[in-house]
Design a protein around this ligand. Structure first.
Ligand code: PLP
Length: 457
């Protein structure tokens, strides 16, 4: 006999007895802090079961671009739905996937010419890693030794085992260490907590100088460097010093190592340009996209590669140089239709240009937050911001973990109608690009007040 479904009427929170195992969630805490249950969305707002309205200040985990329930995206998905929802890309193709691939190549950094589809950021990275590895294997000779990856400490590239291997967030990744492949790690260029103990401004870009010896040493064994360009998101919005990405690109070219740019988080306008790589005039050899790709509508990811990388897989069938990889829902037509509408909106609404004012507004609002006694560092790139709470501003000493200060702040903000999700004690702001200046002010006001109240200032 089937169990009786719990009666949800009147509830405005997920319950422990529901059948969901929530991601990144200590399930024993569900009773005490039930998740918000969203029923619908409109523009930059989400509404819970009781009809309470919330500003989506983290764009539904960094995905949403033009707002929820967006008429153009809705129309595009509906139109596609009336044709076909899904047909396979294994052994055949579909019109939406073809159109989108051509469009993506048109807007991506020059030099990327083929699009490999999958369905999440993790799988986009997984594909990138396997492509880089296989590319050098197929080059043959001494190149076959190039099978290791260089990645950054505190990097986040997803939760599947390959992407965890190139990740470096101890809290998430430590447990799985025995299952992972070994990588070469570079210290994250994190100026607030400089791994070399230098002070920003007077450091003479010390970390840049530390890079070349690593590249030189591993040039014969490294197939690729993987990096989150400009901003390491999940690490706590670590904003890289200007020129760092460009420096990595130069070294990759010099030592014949492929550059994989993971723009899963930063792509589609978040840093103030369509792609973060564009800000440093960099074309990666491989580019991973997901989150904002479908405007935050449907699970869709893409791994773009250069002509040279792609052509390294060409040969006779019996050469077995095929890229033996492909997920069942690859190139899903509904998701591709949403992504096409997403890109069209960028152009029609001049989204990137309009973003400039909003970015400036956010910077202004953040100044006030930065003056709070327990805010150690405020980091902003484009419409992304990270606000780091510390126990002691002078020593940069963090709060004890058990206090869960970041969580405290966001729960308080939720009461006031703002949805946030912290990374430890770093409060992250990443609203949809459609956010209005007055809404940015409101988010920052609430965050300011909640930090002040939580930290007892
Ligand atoms: C979110 C994220 C991923 C993983 O994407 P999923 O869709 O969650 O698998 C990979 N890389 C970066 C930089 C991300 O922010």
């Amino acid at each position: 006999m089937r169990g009786k479904a719990p009666d949800r009427a009147g509830s405005a929170g997920g319950r422990a007895e529901d059948a969901i195992w929530y991601p990144f969630t200590q399930m024993s805490e569900l009773e005490r802090t039930p998740p918000l249950v969203i029923e619908r969305g409109a523009g930059n707002y989400l509404f819970d079961e009781k009809g309470k309205k919330y500003l989506d200040a983290v764009s539904s985990l960094w995905t949403n671009v033009h707002g929820h329930n967006q008429p153009d995206l809705n129309r595009a998905v509906r139109k596609q739905l009336s044709k076909v929802a899904h047909s396979t890309l294994l052994g055949q193709s579909n019109t939406a996937a073809i159109k989108l691939a051509n469009r993506l190549v048109g807007i991506a950094p020059k030099g990327l010419s083929k699009v490999f589809y999958s369905d999440s950021g993790s799988t986009a990275v997984e594909a990138a890693l396997k492509i880089a590895y296989q590319y050098f294997r197929q080059k043959g000779g001494a190149f076959r030794r190039k099978r290791r990856f260089i990645s950054l400490e505190q990097a986040y590239h997803g939760d599947t085992l390959g992407s965890v291997s190139v990740g470096g967030i101890d809290l998430f990744h430590r447990v799985y260490r025995a299952l992972l492949f070994d990588t070469i790690k570079l210290p994250a260029p994190h100026c607030y907590r400089c791994p070399y103990g230098r002070e920003p401004g007077s450091c003479g870009k010390y970390c840049f100088g530390e890079l070349e010896p690593v590249f030189r040493r591993y040039k014969d064994e490294a197939c690729a460097v993987i990096i989150e360009p400009l901003v390491q998101g999940a690490a706590g919005i670590l904003v890289h010093p200007p020129g760092y990405l460009k420096k990595i690109r130069e070294l990759c070219s010099r030592y014949n190592i492929l550059l994989i740019a993971d723009e899963v988080a930063v792509g589609f306008g978040k840093t103030g340009t369509m792609f973060a790589c564009g800000q440093e005039g960099v074309t990666p050899d491989i580019l991973a996209l997901a989150k904002g790709l479908s405007g935050g509508y449907l699970p869709l990811a893409a791994t773009l590669v250069s002509r040279e990388v792609h052509d390294g897989f060409l040969g006779e069938y019996t050469d077995f140089r095929t890229f033996f990889h492909g997920h069942t829902y690859t190139g899903n037509a509904l998701a591709c239709a949403a992504a096409l509408a997403n890109i069209e909106l960028f152009e029609r609404e001049d989204v990137i240009e309009k973003l400039r004012k909003k970015i400036a507004r956010l910077a202004l609002d953040l100044e006030k937050i930065g003056r709070l006694k327990h805010v150690g560092s405020v980091r902003q790139k484009g419409i992304i911001a990270g606000i780091e709470l510390v126990k002691d501003k002078k020593t940069k000493a963090p709060y004890p973990t058990r206090l869960r200060m970041g969580n405290r702040v966001i729960l308080m903000a939720r009461e006031k109608g703002i949805i946030l999700r912290p990374l430890g004690d770093i409060i992250v702001l990443m609203p949809p690009l459609s956010i209005k200046p007055a809404e940015i002010d409101r988010i920052c006001e609430v965050v300011h007040d909640c930090i002040r109240e939580s930290t007892g200032e």
